[in-house]
Design a protein around this ligand. Structure first.
Ligand SMILES: Cc1cc2nc3c(=O)[nH]c(=O)nc-3n(C[C@H](O)[C@H](O)[C@H](O)COP(=O)(O)O)c2cc1C
Ligand SMILES: CCCCCCC(=O)C(=O)O
Length: 367
C-alpha cells in the first residue's frame, strides 16, 4: 500500500484520475466497500451512463459581465451549488478522517453534511467546520437514541437534519462480502454510548428480515415525529419516486435529496439523474431539491442543476482525495469540480445559476 502523498502530482487533473489511483492507497476490502454498489452494480453503473448520455445545448457570445456561481440553498446564499455528501467511517482511509474532509470544505467554502456514522464525533466535526453544516440522521432502534442524536446535532450547531430514508436495511453488498470487509472498531464515533437492543423475537415460520428487522422500521409517521422534535429544517435523502416526493412535500419537509445512495442500497433502481426532472415537476419550483449519485465532473453538476437540482452533493470523490492525499487531496478534487463547473458555465453561455435550465440540454428524443 502506498504512503499518502504530500503534494499533488501534475498528472492528477480530474476525479477520474483520482478514482483510478485510490485503490493503491487503501486496503483492498476497504476499496471494495467504497467503490462498490449493491448486488450487480446495475444502479451504480447506470448513474454514470445516464450522465454521459445527457448532451449540452450550448449558446455562444453570452454576456458574462455579471457572472456568478452564487445561489440560494435552503434560504441561504452559498458561493457554489455544491456540498459534501454524508460519507461514513472516513478514518478507514485516513487517520484524520472527517476532520481532514472538513478542512477541505472550509478551504473551498462548501457546506458539509456530517454522517451519523462518522468516525469522528459530530461535535468535533462541527468544531472543525467554518461554513454551513448539516447533520445526516440514520434512525436508531429506539426513539430515545434517535432523539439524542438530533439534540446533539442541535447543540453542536448543525443547521439542518438530513434523514436518510433509502437504507432501512443494508443493501446486498456482494463486493464487500467477497472481499471480506469488516468494520474495524472506532469507526462509529457518534454511537459509542448507544446500546444495541436485543434481537427481536420472531415466530419459527417468520422471516428475520421482514418480520424481525423491518417490523419497527421507520415510516412516514416517524418523519412527522422528527419534525415535531426539532425546529431545524428536515430534509429527506434517498427519494427516487414521485409519489414519495409528493408525500414528503405534503408533510412539509424543507427539502429532498434525490439520490439512489450511489447505487449502494437497492440495485436496479434507476439512475438518480434520470428521475430528477420528474421529481422537480412533481414538487414544483419552491421545494429545495438536492441531488447526488454519480457526480464526477463539473459538467455533471451543470446537468443536475439543469434538471432541477438547487445544489449537488459530492460523495465518493471525497474519499478518493482523502485516501491519496488527505485534506489536500479532498480540497484538490473539490477545486477541480468547481473549475470544471465554471468552465462548463462559460462554454455553455450561462453566466448565472438561474440561466441553467432544461433548455440548456438536448431532450433525449431530439437527438
Ligand atoms: C463509503 C460511503 C459511505 C457512505 N455513507 C453514508 C452515510 O453515512 N449516510 C448517507 O446518507 N449516505 C452515505 N453514503 C451515500 C452518499 O451520501 C451519497 O449518496 C453517494 O455517495 C452518492 O453517490 P456517488 O458517491 O457515486 O456520487 C455513503 C457513500 C459511500 C461511498
Ligand atoms: C443500514 C445502512 C448502513 C449504511 C452504512 C453507511 C452507508 O450509508 C453506506 O455505506 O453507504
Amino acid at each position: 500500500m502506498k504512503k499518502k502523498l504530500e503534494s499533488i502530482p501534475a498528472t492528477l487533473v480530474s476525479v477520474q484520475d483520482y478514482e483510478s489511483l485510490f485503490a493503491d492507497f487503501i486496503p483492498h476490502p476497504v476499496y471494495e466497500y467504497i467503490a462498490g454498489g449493491s448486488a450487480d452494480d446495475i444502479s451504480l453503473k447506470n448513474n454514470r451512463n445516464a450522465f454521459d448520455s445527457i448532451l449540452l445545448n450550448r449558446r455562444v457570445l453570452a454576456d458574462f459581465s455579471a457572472a456568478s456561481t452564487r445561489t440560494e440553498v435552503l434560504g441561504k446564499t452559498v458561493k457554489y451549488p455544491i456540498m459534501l455528501a454524508p460519507v461514513a467511517h472516513q478514518k478507514l482511509v485516513h487517520p484524520k478522517g472527517e476532520i481532514a474532509t472538513a478542512e477541505a470544505a472550509n478551504v473551498l467554502d462548501l457546506g458539509f453534511i456530517g454522517s451519523t456514522l462518522s468516525s469522528v464525533p459530530m461535535e468535533d466535526v462541527a468544531d472543525a467546520l467554518q461554513g454551513e453544516k448539516w447533520f445526516q440522521l440514520y434512525f436508531q432502534e429506539s426513539r430515545d437514541a434517535t432523539l439524542s442524536l438530533i439534540q446533539r446535532a442541535e447543540n453542536a450547531g448543525y443547521s439542518a437534519i438530513v434523514v436518510t430514508v433509502d437504507a432501512a436495511i443494508n443493501g446486498l453488498r456482494n463486493r464487500v462480502q467477497r472481499a471480506g470487509f469488516t468494520l474495524p472498531a472506532g469507526m462509529e464515533a457518534n454511537l459509542v454510548n448507544y446500546q444495541c437492543p436485543p434481537l427481536k423475537s420472531i415466530e419459527a415460520d417468520q422471516s428475520i428480515i421482514l418480520n424481525g428487522i423491518m417490523r419497527d422500521s421507520p415510516t412516514w409517521r416517524d418523519i412527522q415525529w422528527i419534525q415535531s422534535q426539532t425546529s431545524l429544517p428536515v430534509i429527506l435523502k434517498g427519494i427516487t419516486n414521485c409519489e414519495d416526493a409528493k408525500i414528503a412535500k405534503e408533510l412539509g419537509v424543507a427539502g429532498i435529496v434525490v439520490s439512489n445512495h450511489g447505487g449502494r442500497t437497492l440495485d436496479s433502481v434507476p439512475a438518480a439523474i434520470d428521475v430528477l426532472a420528474d421529481i422537480r415537476a412533481t414538487v414544483g419550483d419552491d421545494l429545495t431539491l438536492l441531488f447526488d449519485s454519480g457526480i464526477r465532473r463539473g459538467s455533471d453538476i451543470f446537468k443536475a442543476l439543469a434538471l432541477g437540482a438547487d445544489s449537488v452533493l459530492i460523495g465518493r470523490p471525497q474519499l478518493y482525495g482523502l485516501s491519496i492525499a488527505g485534506a489536500l487531496g479532498v480540497a484538490h478534487i473539490l477545486k477541480l469540480l468547481i473549475e470544471e463547473f465554471e468552465v462548463t458555465m462559460a462554454l455553455m453561455g450561462c453566466a448565472t445559476i438561474d440561466q441553467i435550465t432544461q433548455d440548456t440540454l438536448y431532450s433525449k428524443q431530439s437527438i
